[in-house]
Design a protein around this ligand. Structure first.
Ligand SMILES: Nc1ncnc2c1ncn2[C@@H]1O[C@H](COP(=O)(O)OP(=O)(O)OP(=O)(O)O)[C@@H](O)[C@H]1O
Length: 230
């Protein structure tokens, strides 16, 4: 394996993902390097989330090879849990903790030393100040989504996996996410996302992989954004 290959955060080769042994999308081949962003696009049901679940170790691939951080996925390993942050479409939060308490718990649970500063920054970046002391039940769906995104940003990470981070966000929220993801890339984090948002594609994605029934192929961000904008 070359040094470049060893440094890849994700390498998929002929990857087939699906449920009960049945692939839901064509084989996909891609790699993601530090400081880069790869976007998966495609129609509803094309298999984007399923690919992300395989990368996160929530599903065993049906075929092909998949390596994350240089080895087959083992989501139980300490290194994997330390280095991989994700936000899927799951409302994963503690109902009895305020926004700030939730973020603080995530940061401290991951051993972040300057947790107070990191949490303050994420609260500000995601526009959560007005609701920082609120319980999740008192948040709008977009504010809850912002909290979940913030939770991924208060913990250490080398790889950030996001499933449609634009969901339920207003334009200002989507612009906040763009700004944060550009900072993530700048800091050397690799970003793997599924999205339907032309803004994210054009502003953040370095590569775009289109999943379609007749095969997966690379398209330009502009081409994908045009398709999605229709
Ligand atoms: N738990 C499951 N068991 C069986 N099939 C599933 C399961 N979850 C999803 N599928 C099927 O897998 C296919 C791909 O779903 P997936 O959620 O990956 O699509 P997607 O590209 O993320 O779509 P969307 O744009 O709607 O989020 C769909 O046909 C879906 O019905």
């Amino acid at each position: 394996m070359s040094r470049r290959d060893r440094e890849a955060l994700v390498r998929a080769d002929g990857l087939l993902v699906g449920y009960t042994g049945e692939p839901v999308s064509p084989p996909t081949t891609f790699r993601l390097d530090p400081g880069r962003a790869l976007a998966l696009v495609g129609l509803n049901g094309a298999g984007k989330t399923t690919v992300l679940k395989a990368v996160l170790g929530q599903l065993v691939p049906v075929g092909g090879t998949l390596e994350v951080l240089g080895r087959p996925v083992d989501e139980r390993s300490v290194a994997f849990r330390r280095d991989v942050a994700s936000v899927l479409d799951v409302d994963a939060h503690f109902p009895g903790l305020t926004v700030r308490e939730h973020l603080d718990l995530v940061a401290r649970g991951h051993g972040v030393r300057d947790a107070d500063d990191v949490v303050d920054q994420a609260v500000a970046d995601l526009g959560l100040e007005p609701v920082a002391e609120h319980l999740p039940s008192a948040l709008s769906s977009g504010q809850r989504r912002r909290m979940l995104l913030a939770a991924a940003l208060v913990r250490p990470r080398r790889l950030l996996v996001l499933d449609e981070p634009e969901q339920r966000l207003d334009l200002a929220g989507r612009e906040d996410v763009v700004d944060r993801l550009l900072e993530e890339k700048e800091a050397g984090v690799g970003v793997l996302l599924a999205t339907h948002d032309p803004l994210l594609l054009e502003a953040v994605a370095d590569r775009v992989l289109l999943l379609a029934a007749d095969g997966a192929r690379r398209v330009s961000a502009a081409e994908a954004a045009r398709e999605l904008g229709r």
